[in-house]
Design a protein around this ligand. Structure first.
Ligand code: KIV
Length: 323
């Protein structure tokens, strides 16, 4: 059977439907949810890929940044486990806990109205047993208001992804340079540079798609490889250090702002130098407090006139009694 025809065939294990039935189903979802442009869902992300419309994604870890991103029209907000480094000061993503991820996801939930909200499953929260992994994933949806969870890993996570999707938990895949595998990979290295590695990445991408993931992050892979995977998959690919052919792009919020302390990776584009803005403001505050320039009279509260007069009269009477 030709490859395209093979794709059309309904395979209950892969949850594939003939293309027409799939489109019909998506159309019904769109009209029953009202204005489908208003809320971004897994379905609208897929529709964007089909229309060739680029998908914008940023990480967020708190209410204020989430709200600013949402109001700017970012399609997907990811509470990444990069919060370990950029918010909590850990050396890598490995130590961040379920509690910390849930806490930050709740804050982001309060700031996001329109974007698709995804929470990263931290290291060891989906490695021990399928039961525990499902329980942890469900906590992000039930307790923190996430709309999907992100899981690092390809082929070897496919069964778990399928179980989660079966339990109505949308999943975002993540392959290539997976930071939770930093020790296994021997550092943060671009992946997929040999023919063998490219073949494995393709297997990983297809396995994640077949397992039912709604989209997939491609991190730290050569542009050419990301382009091949993007072409091959029906679900959207979201690139970070994976070149411009991906269906969407994601950056870590603090990288985009210039609010990090190490030299940025090659793929990072800094849109602001917020680190310098904050540092200048903190220094200026310190100098003003030391010199007495802050707070001024205009920045102070004052007593009402009558209370001030009464207080002065009271002081005068007290002095008179003492004399
Ligand atoms: O944790 C994170 O910020 C991520 C993105 C880099 C995709 O996983």
């Amino acid at each position: 059977m030709a490859k395209r025809e093979k794709r059309k065939a309904y395979n209950p294990r892969h949850r594939r439907y003939p293309r027409d039935a799939e489109l019909h189903w998506r159309y019904i979802v769109s009209i029953t949810t009202g204005d489908f442009r208003a809320k971004i869902t897994a379905t609208t992300l897929l529709e964007k890929k089909q229309r060739g419309e680029i998908i914008t994604v940023l990480t967020a870890y708190d209410y204020a940044s989430a709200r600013l991103e949402d109001e700017a029209g970012i399609d997907m907000v990811l509470v990444g486990d990069s919060l370990a480094q950029v918010m909590l000061g850990y050396e890598n993503t490995l130590p961040v806990t379920m509690q910390e991820m849930l806490h930050h996801t709740r804050a982001v939930r309060r700031g996001v109205k329109r974007a698709f909200l995804v929470a990263d499953m931290p290291f060891a929260s989906f490695h021990i047993s399928q039961r525990e992994s499902l329980r942890n994933a469900a906590r992000f949806i039930k307790e923190a208001g996430a709309e999907a969870v992100k899981i690092e890993g390809g082929e070897k996570r496919a069964r778990l992804i399928a179980r989660m999707v079966d339990a109505e938990i949308p999943v975002v895949g993540h392959i290539g340079l997976t930071p939770q595998s930093v020790h296994a990979m021997g550092g943060y290295k671009v992946q997929g540079k040999t023919l063998k590695a490219i073949e494995q990445l393709m297997h990983d991408a297809l396995a994640v798609e077949r397992a039912g993931a709604c989209c997939i992050v491609l991190e730290g892979v050569p542009r050419e490889v990301a382009a091949m995977i993007t072409h091959e998959l029906e679900i959207p690919t979201i690139g970070i250090g994976a070149g411009p052919e991906c269906d969407g792009q994601v950056l870590v919020f603090h990288d985009l702002l210039g609010l990090t302390f190490a030299p940025p990776a090659k793929f990072v584009r800094r849109y602001a130098d917020v680190g310098a803005v904050i540092s200048n403001a903190v220094h200026a505050f310190k100098d003003d407090v030391k010199s007495g320039a802050y707070p001024s009279d205009a920045e102070s509260y004052h007593l009402p006139k009558e209370t001030l007069a009464a207080l002065q009269e009271f002081g005068e009477r007290k002095r008179a009694v003492r004399v």
